[in-house]
Design a binder for this molecule. Structure first.
Ligand SMILES: [Zn+2]
Length: 83
């Protein structure tokens, strides 16, 4: 198998996640996650649907997680509060 320079970066990124409800552990592709960046750390979170129980899971995201998710191609929604 020959490797095309630069192509390895296209490999899908998987994020390890766990469901707080059914405690299942699984890996999610970037497309299964959504990141919401709010005005403060309290309103910055990522969410996904548990593939085991179907629950919508929402978890707070710190700076490192935000970097990791945006770098991995997760859809990001930026909320700008003008209060
Ligand atoms: Zn679950």
């Amino acid at each position: 198998m020959s490797e095309i320079p630069g192509m390895s970066r296209i490999a899908p990124v998987l994020f390890k996640a766990a469901c707080p409800d059914c405690r299942a552990r699984f890996e999610l592709s970037a497309g299964a996650l959504r990141l919401v960046i709010g005005a403060s750390a309290r309103t910055t979170f990522y969410s996904f649907t548990c593939p085991e129980c179907g629950n919508a899971v929402r978890k707070s995201a710190g700076e490192r997680i935000v970097e990791l998710l945006t770098g991995g191609g997760v859809r990001t929604l930026r909320l700008h509060s003008t209060v």
